[in-house]
Design a protein around this ligand. Structure first.
Ligand code: UDP
Length: 403
């Protein structure tokens, strides 16, 4: 099949860990590669955010297309809405040319708008993955939510206009149904993890201190709950906490949230046990997971949560807030512990108990590796998506004919 993936702000070529570059970038890159692996022709369309790169870049057999929409410079994703019409019009020109996709898969709501503009004029069927929902963001972030005010309305309308919506976890299904997305148009296909990259065996980042290590990973944004992990450290007196994510290297020190986290660590008396390492290249992430005894994930909400799954694939037990995708990936009492969200005391107690119990950690680790491999491969995600693509494009193979 010819598959167009539209990911307006999240390029598969971007460095990760910054404010707008994280799970969606990984998801699009890995999924595109898995679809190519199965013999499909995949183009990823992303907004041009720098003048230099060529229009087409090849990556692992995937063609990444830089779409001119808005100024060729980095912009916050919440500022991109005015350029989505141009993005869509540009797609129309492309798809009327020599490469017409059988299906277009939009990632994030703004990509969905651009894709629908193009689909209306070209007849290409549209599949939508939201990655995050405005209703959820508004609920938890309130006035701090910088999304365009029309986001929630647009997301509702998209859910009714596209051919299929792909949800990433059961919690998202409930949200989508409440938004009025018809169940008949919904498919649940979780993200995956690359178990060749993220595996228990391999080098680990060095540990200078003979202290248990708690790792926490993510874009340096408040809703990832790093402040709660820092507060939880009061209950885990012997351990160090390493925070991965944010601006790269020592520039993390200038980050406003990093400064607030350091102030919080000072205030609760754990500053000497907190290390902010900044963004780490994706290729080095496995070494950081392997260096840890446990991963703490304390988001306020989480559409899917790749980092905990990557830790699981590396054989690291996870203590996570019971929110969103984490309630699907982390099996409480089997691959990790789930604790109430925004409850640093409960998080601290769970971390302390787990660090004090090597037998349980070992049992969680092996069950976690097994679950990540068996249930969350990108190959499985790609196969399930192909079934959806075939259904909406009318290209379904006769039954019994194998791909
Ligand atoms: N990541 C990375 N370097 C960093 C921090 C994160 O490569 O310094 C990657 C991480 O391995 C994962 C993604 O960014 O693949 C984060 O995805 P997740 O779903 O956990 O969070 P999101 O960014 O989608 O909120």
């Amino acid at each position: 099949m010819r598959i167009a993936m539209i990911s307006e702000h999240a390029s598969p070529l971007a460095a990760l860990g910054g404010e707008d570059a994280g799970g969606q970038n990984t998801h699009v890159a890995e999924l595109a590669a898995a679809l190519v692996e199965q013999g499909h022709d995949v183009r990823v369309y992303t907004r041009r955010d720098a003048p230099e790169p060529p229009e087409l870049v090849r990556m692992d057999g995937v063609t990444v297309v830089h779409v001119p929409a808005g100024p060729p410079e980095a912009l916050p994703k919440d500022a991109l809405l005015p350029y989505m019409k141009d993005f869509g019009r540009w797609l129309v020109e492309q798809w009327r040319g020599d490469w017409t996709p059988d299906v277009a898969h939009a990632h994030f709501w703004m990509s969905g708008l651009a894709t629908l503009t193009a689909a209306k004029q070209t007849g290409v069927p549209v599949v939508q993955t939201y990655h995050a929902l405005g209703t959820v963001k508004r609920r938890y972030q309130g006035a701090a939510d910088t999304s365009p005010p029309k986001r929630i309305g647009y997301e509702r309308a998209l859910g009714r206009a596209v051919d299929r919506v792909v949800a990433q976890c059961q919690d998202e299904v409930r949200e989508l149904v409440r938004m009025g997305v018809p169940r008949t148009r919904l498919a649940v296909i979780p993200s995956g993890v690359n178990s060749e990259k993220f595996a228990p065996d391999g080098p680990a980042a060095p540990r200078e201190l003979e202290r248990p290590r708690i790792l926490t990973v993510g874009r340096l944004v408040e809703r990832k709950g790093f402040a709660d992990v820092i507060r939880a450290m009061r209950s885990v007196p012997d351990a160090e906490c390493v925070v991965v994510g944010g601006p790269p290297g020592s520039s993390v020190d200038g980050d406003p949230l990093a400064q607030r986290l350091r102030a919080e660590a000072d205030a609760v008396g754990v500053a000497d046990r907190i290390r902010l390492v900044g963004a780490v290249p994706a290729s080095e992430m496995p070494t950081w997971y392997r260096s840890a005894d446990v991963l703490a994930a304390a988001p306020w909400y989480e559409p899917f949560g790749l980092a905990p799954l990557e830790a699981m694939a590396c054989g690291i037990p996870v203590v996570a807030a019971a929110v969103g995708g984490l309630t699907d990936t982390v099996v409480d009492g089997l691959t990790g512990d789930l604790v109430p969200p925004r409850d640093p005391r409960a998080l601290g107690v769970a971390l302390r108990r787990l660090l004090a119990d090597p037998v349980r950690r070992f049992a969680y680790a092996s069950a976690a590796v097994d679950r990540a491999r068996q249930c969350y491969s990108w190959k499985r995600a790609a196969e399930q998506l192909i079934a959806v693509y075939e259904a909406v494009s009318g290209l379904r193979r006769p039954s019994g004919v194998m791909a």
